[in-house]
Design a protein around this ligand. Structure first.
Ligand code: ADP
Length: 473
């Protein structure tokens, strides 16, 4: 049987380029979908992508008319892990130091850059005839409107919100430059508090809208989590659903992870990863629990709470390691804390190898997020045998069960769960974790159980396929 063609569009895809979970999902979900659909993944060919390493070759070039200007666009391609990739190259979109802009601010011309990316997606749909376009986040959202506007295109469109906090909001003076008619500058289309909002295009014009966990799908309909779009999402709620993300077990597996000096398959096997990392970072005390934080230093990830809590946590019998990059204020606050405590180590930067070694070494992973659409870190933590400590929001509520209710006969992952994002709750959760850790037998049983849980895409990919099938009936 001929498989239907599907174009999966994303602004970042692992291993070509990654700033966060979107890249992981854009790699692993298409891989899972490729069994049932002929999937192509399209992303910008940023200058940081290694064309040689990934055998990326030119396919074709064309011009795109956007807002009265003509842009030369080149399409490149490769096959990676049996999935076809399309790369869009245009100097405006790709020749930058950062993907979206330096920390704390986006590039001023991001509307043009990702507007052009959306036009290129629509052009690919015309040229290569896809049944389904799956668009992700604000960077591809305008493509939903372009698809709807083109009566010759029969492609059905699914739009996924990975994080409602990033909507792609720009001054309305840019509308003519991105070739969008002023008639779309209304409340029920792209207008948002007198600005242009790209994400609204995805929500309004896609045939189905998804987000990355069932709990987040409900949360974003409330003022607390809706980032100003709760009313608009409410209008479109019939086409909104939440599908939990998965992780790629081939990429996140301590039994075959190239980043690890010693591979392992159970709690006991983590020992040397832990002592190696402590040694490498100049920390002492292999028998003490090791807490890790890996992620972006932003408000979302609960860094305010972490900064407030660390002086208390550091006084407990434990070690803490932090890896991340992000806002300067947070970096400074964390740096001065780590100088003050011998059991606290901070690494700045984005480093896949160190992050994998940290997951492998850690007994616990700290996730005090204020909101978390899905979160992949807790699933990666399970795979590597680190028990997650989480604030019960979004995807964390869907994927982490309270360790107090531990039952070895369930398929669920267990962690230490708190329910109010405060320093007090986090410190209490860390205390509880130290107690759990001291009950060696129980702790090991939980770790071994979590390591066996299935957080692959098998179920969630089927849920997406259900949506595609419904749309293309
Ligand atoms: P986000 O909101 O940042 O997308 P997710 O939990 O969805 O958060 O995914 C984060 C992904 O990025 C995980 O694969 C995590 O291991 C990785 N990650 C985050 N920060 C770093 C870092 N500083 N170095 C290496 N990997 C990181």
């Amino acid at each position: 049987m001929n498989k239907k063609r599907m174009l999966f569009a994303s602004s970042e895809v692992y291993p070509f380029v990654k700033t966060g979970g979107l890249a992981d999902v854009s790699h692993s979900l298409p891989r899972a979908l490729n069994e049932s659909y002929a999937v192509s993944v399209v992303l910008p060919l940023y200058s940081s992508i290694d064309r040689k390493q990934f055998k990326i070759k030119p396919i074709e070039s064309f011009e795109i008319a956007m807002g009265g200007s003509l842009y030369a666009v080149e399409v490149y391609g490769t096959i990676y892990e049996n999935v076809a990739y399309r790369f869009i190259y245009a100097p405006l979109l790709c020749d930058r130091e950062f993907l979206y802009g330096p920390p704390e601010c986006g590039y001023e011309d991001n509307a043009l850059r990702f507007g052009l990316f959306s036009y290129a997606i629509a052009e690919l749909l015309r040229r290569e005839k896809y049944a389904i376009a799956h668009l992700n986040d604000w960077q591809c959202a305008l493509a939903a409107l372009l698809i709807k506007e083109d009566s010759t295109l029969e492609t059905k469109c699914v739009y996924t919100i990975h994080n409602l906090a990033y909507q792609g909001v720009f001054p309305p003076s840019l509308l003519p430059q991105i070739g969008i008619n002023e008639s779309y500058f209304t409340m029920d289309a792209l207008e948002f508090y007198n600005q242009v909002n790209f994400m609204k295009a995805g929500i309004a014009y896609a045939d189905a809208v998804t987000t990355v966990s069932p709990t987040y799908a409900k949360e974003i309909l409330t003022p607390e989590f809706g980032c100003g779009l709760e009313g608009f999402l409410h209008v479109h709620r019939r086409k909104l659903s939440g599908i939990i993300n998965g992780i790629d077990p081939d990429h996140f597996s301590p039994s075959c992870d190239e980043a690890l000096v010693e591979k392992y398959t159970n709690a006991k096997g983590k020992k040397s990863s832990k002592s190696d990392l402590l040694k490498q970072l100049g920390l002492k005390g292999s028998s003490k629990p090791l807490f890790a934080f890996i992620g972006r230093f932003t408000h979302q990830k609960g860094i305010d709470i972490l900064v407030e809590s660390l002086p208390k946590i550091a006084q407990m019998e434990c070690n803490v390691v932090l890896l991340g990059e992000g806002e300067e204020g947070y970096r400074d606050a964390l740096a001065s804390l780590s100088e003050g405590y011998g059991n606290l180590h901070l690494s700045f930067g984005y480093d896949e190898v160190i992050s994998h070694r940290m997951y492998a070494a850690a007994d616990f992973l700290l996730m005090p997020s204020l909101f978390e659409p899905c979160g992949l870190n807790q699933m990666i933590a399970y795979a590597y045998g680190a028990v997650p400590i989480v604030n019960k929001v979004g995807g964390l509520a869907d994927t982490v069960k309270k360790v107090e209710s531990y039952d070895e006969n369930t398929p669920f992952g267990y962690g230490v769960v708190f329910t109010s994002p405060t320093s007090r709750s986090l410190v209490a959760a860390v205390k509880k974790s130290c107690e759990l850790y001291s009950d060696k037998k129980h702790f090991e049983a939980v770790v071994n159980h979590n390591m066996k849980c299935d957080f692959s895409w098998s179920e969630s990919a089927k849920a997406y396929e259900g949506i595609y099938a419904r749309l293309s009936k």
